[in-house]
Design a protein around this ligand. Structure first.
Ligand code: ZN
Length: 329
């Protein structure tokens, strides 16, 4: 009797443990958690000037359904920093990018998802800079806690950058925005709260654009003329709405996916290897590792004769244009 009772108890315990193990594993497997590309906005909180950011502009797996052929430009395939966008770009037909983001309020990570954008399969044509030897360095999702020391370094090397700021961070970083303008940098629109524009109504896209442009103009006196859609996600409808608001779309080439690879040496080496005249480099100034990498790379780029300029100094763009042009849909 005793024996069989013990046996029953043992069997029960075994089943219970196995059940718990199954539940845990199952949950993990099914959990989404993939951020797309440029950054996803997601779960981070901004308190005053201190921000904790979530994943960044990431490319993710493709989510969007609209495009028939799309590939995601995401790191999915490669986990090794050594891999560059080149391989991704050349091999895939579709790419989606997402950008991570930042925002003010607390976002729930679950609400975040990557976006998809489709990129042409063809090799990007070279951008011919207006100024010989010029390249553009661009920073998304800020301003953030590392932006001030980035500005210090840019000033030291007389390098100009373009900051695609998130609207809901602008009012709390008024002094940084003003400083950017005073020091010759360009301020551009990166939405108000980093949503995927392809999933918003026209009215909501316009609201995201206008709130941000107005917040910038309230400090600088001028509305921006350039916009980078969060996650690099856009379509013709978004391009048309941007045009209506007087904005050209600026995507990028290249990007080390610094939101994903938070290693100074990786980002530094990537910059030195890939930044050439005509490049529009995408980085995120909300990451300390990225800012450290840029600080390290600036003197080397300068020695090579690469002149870092704003996007508007690099190329002439008018409302509705898409840069680099191979991104146009
Ligand atoms: Zn972004």
């Amino acid at each position: 009797m005793e024996k069989s009772r013990i046996k029953h108890i043992l069997v029960f315990l075994f089943v219970a443990v196995a059940g718990i193990a199954l539940i845990v594993t199952g949950t993990r497997v099914s959990s989404p958690a993939q951020y797309p590309h440029e950054t996803v906005d997601g779960g981070y909180t901004l308190t005053g000037n201190t921000t904790t950011m979530p994943p960044q502009e990431t490319s993710s797996t493709s989510t969007s359904s609209t495009a028939a052929t799309t590939t995601t430009e995401s790191p999915t395939t490669t986990e090794i920093p050594t891999t560059t966008e080149e391989s991704q770009e050349s091999s895939s037909t579709t790419t989606s990018k997402t950008t991570p983001l930042s925002t003010t309020v607390t976002h729930s990570p679950s609400a975040t998802k990557p976006k998809t954008s489709t990129k042409p399969a063809s090799k990007p044509p070279k951008t011919t800079p207006k100024l010989q030897g010029a390249a553009a360095i661009t920073f998304d999702d800020g301003p953030g806690p590392h932006t001030a020391r980035l500005l210090n370094a840019l000033k030291e090397y007389n390098a100009k950058a373009t900051f695609f700021v998130v609207g809901n961070r602008v009012a709390n970083n008024k002094a940084l925005i003003q400083r950017m303008v005073n020091e010759g940098h360009e301020i551009a629109n990166h939405s108000f709260s980093h949503p995927d524009f392809t999933k918003l109504s026209d009215g909501n896209v316009l609201s995201q654009i206008r709130k941000t442009s107005n917040a910038i103009a309230a400090i600088t006196g001028e509305k921006p003329t350039l916009m980078r859609p969060p996650y690099g996600a856009f379509n013709r409808r978004v391009t048309g709405l941007a045009e209506q608001e007087g904005l050209a779309l600026v995507l990028w080439s290249p990007s080390p996916e610094d939101w994903k690879y938070r290693k100074v040496d990786y980002v530094y080496n990537y910059i030195l290897k890939h930044v050439k005249p005509g490049s529009t480099l995408l980085l995120h100034d909300i990451h300390g590792t990225t800012v450290d990498a840029v600080i390290k790379a600036l003197p080397v780029l300068s020695e090579r004769g690469i002149k870092l300029v704003t996007v508007s100094e690099l190329v002439d763009l008018k409302p509705g244009d898409v840069h680099p042009s191979y991104w146009r849909k």
